[in-house]
Design a protein around this ligand. Structure first.
Ligand SMILES: C[S@@+](CC[C@H](N)C(=O)[O-])C[C@H]1O[C@@H](n2cnc3c(N)ncnc32)[C@H](O)[C@@H]1O
Length: 378
C-alpha cells in the first residue's frame, strides 16, 4: 500500500512513530533484562524494512539495537542472559539490504567499543508475516513463559493485524507488543470488502466519531476483542501528519502486565501532557498562550478523576489496586488515582485502612489498602 517508506526521507510523523517505538522498547528492555524471571529475551520486528531511509536515518531494527546497547553501553555490558533479535522483512531485496545494514551497524559498534563479539544474537528473515503464526519454532517461543518477548509490528495500512492475529498476540504469556495502523484508511474505506475482510467495521459507530478521534475508536475496536474478564491492558497513541491534517494513524500497545502499561503510559504522557494519546489536541483542551489556558486544567484527567471519585463514593472502587488499574484502563497514569483518593481523604469523605500507602508506580508490588466511605459526597 502506497510508496516504499525506506525509499524516501522519513517524514515527521514517521520520526515520531520511530521515537515512540524506541522509547517504548527502552522502557521495556531493562525491566526484562534485569528480571530473574526470564531465561531469554526475544525481540521481534516483523515489518523491519531495509533498516534506513534515503538519508541514512535509522529505521526500527537499528533503533532497537541502539536502545538495547543503551547510553554508554549500559545494557549490553551487563547482559547476562541470551538476547535474540529477529528482524523480518517480506520483500526479498529489502531483506538483503537489511542484512547488510544490520551487519554494518554491529561491525561499527564493535569497532567503536573495542569488542571482539556482540553479546546480542540476531537473524534477518524474509517471511511473509502471515506465515509467522504457523511457524512452530516461532510460536513455541511466543508460548514459552520463561522467555520475555517484545513484538514490533510496523505494518503498512491495516490488513496484517486482524482479529485472529490480535487474539493470538494477546494470548501469549510475557509478551508485549506495539503495532502501527492507518486508522483513517479504515474509516475512509469502511464498506469496501478489502477492509471488512480484516476489520469488522459494522462494530464501529463512525457517524458518532470526530475524525480526530478515529484512532481512539479503532483502539476501542481492538479493546472489545479482549475476552471479558481477562486482565489485559491496551493503550494507543494517535498521530496526525502535519502536511495531511485529515490523515490519522496510530500505535496500539498491548501488555498483560500492569508494569508494561505503566511504561507505555509514561511514554505517551511525555509526548502529550494533555491527553497522553495524540500528537495533536484530541480533547479540545485550551492551548498554551490562549485566553482560557490554565496549566492545571486538563480535560482527560478531569474526566477520569471525576469518574474515579464517583466510583469511590459509590463503593465500586474500594481498594487501591482496583483504583490504580482503573486509571490505567482509562489511559491515565496510576498516580491520578492516588491524587483523587488523597483529596477525598483530605475532604473527610473517605478513610483509608489496612496497609495505607501512596505507591503509584510498580503497582504490581504495591500493598493493598481499603477505602471506607464516610459520606456519599453528594
Ligand atoms: C512501514 S514499513 C516498515 C518500516 C520499518 N519499520 C522502518 O522503520 O524502516 C512496512 C514494511 O513491511 C514490509 N511488508 C509488507 N507486507 C509484508 C508482509 N506481509 N510480510 C512481511 N513484510 C511485509 C514492507 O515491504 C515494508 O518494508
Amino acid at each position: 500500500m502506497g510508496k516504499d517508506i525506506n525509499k524516501s526521507v522519513f517524514d515527521d510523523a514517521t520520526k515520531l512513530k520511530l521515537d515512540i517505538f524506541g522509547e517504548c522498547f527502552e522502557e521495556w528492555f531493562p525491566v526484562f533484562l534485569h528480571s530473574p524471571w526470564y531465561k531469554k529475551l526475544y525481540v521481534f520486528d516483523f515489518f523491519a524494512g531495509s533498516g534506513k531511509d534515503l538519508e541514512n536515518n535509522s529505521g526500527s531494527p537499528l533503533v532497537l539495537l541502539d536502545k538495547a546497547k543503551g547510553t554508554d553501553r549500559k545494557y549490553c555490558i551487563n547482559a547476562k542472559k541470551e538476547i535474540k533479535f529477529l528482524f523480518n522483512e517480506g520483500e526479498k531485496d529489502k531483506s538483503e539490504e537489511l542484512k547488510q545494514n544490520v551487519a554494518q551497524y554491529i561491525e561499527e559498534c564493535k569497532q567503536e567499543n573495542n569488542c571482539t563479539d556482540c553479546i546480542y544474537q540476531y537473524r534477518v528473515e524474509n517471511y511473509n508475516f502471515q506465515e509467522i503464526f504457523s511457524n512452530i519454532s516461532i510460536t513455541n517461543i511466543f508460548n514459552n513463559k520463561e522467555f520475555g518477548k517484545f513484538i514490533l509490528l510496523d505494518q503498512y495500512g491495516f490488513s496484517q493485524i486482524d482479529e485472529q492475529i490480535f487474539k493470538q498476540l494477546i494470548s501469549y504469556p510475557k509478551t508485549d507488543f506495539i503495532f502501527f495502523i492507518s486508522s483513517s484508511f479504515i474509516s475512509r474505506f469502511r464498506e469496501h470488502p478489502n477492509t471488512t475482510k480484516y476489520i469488522d467495521t459494522s462494530k464501529i459507530n463512525f457517524e458518532q466519531i470526530r475524525p480526530n478521534e478515529i484512532h481512539r475508536a479503532i483502539a476501542n475496536y481492538f479493546r472489545d476483542l479482549i475476552p471479558k474478564g481477562k486482565e489485559y491492558y491496551l493503550h494507543h497513541f494517535s498521530i496526525r501528519k502535519e502536511e495531511k491534517k485529515g490523515n490519522y494513524y496510530g500505535l496500539i500497545f498491548g501488555s498483560g502486565h500492569t508494569l508494561g502499561m505503566e511504561k507505555f503510559l509514561k511514554v505517551c504522557w511525555k509526548h502529550d501532557a494533555f491527553s497522553g494519546e495524540a500528537n495533536y489536541n484530541i480533547d479540545n483542551n485550551f492551548e498554551k498562550g490562549t485566553l482560557f489556558f490554565h496549566s492545571e486544567n486538563n480535560v482527560k484527567k478531569d474526566t477520569v478523576s471525576k469518574e474515579i471519585k464517583r466510583l469511590i463514593l459509590s463503593g465500586e472502587i474500594s481498594d487501591n489496586i482496583s483504583g490504580l488499574k482503573f486509571a490505567m484502563y482509562n489511559g491515565c497514569e496510576p498516580k491520578l488515582f492516588t491524587e483523587v483518593v488523597q483529596k477525598l481523604e483530605k475532604e473527610k469523605l473517605i478513610e483509608r485502612y489496612g496497609d495505607v500507602n501512596n505507591q503509584s508506580s510498580n503497582i504490581h508490588r504495591a500493598k493493598t489498602y481499603h477505602i471506607k466511605r464516610l459520606n456519599d459526597g453528594t
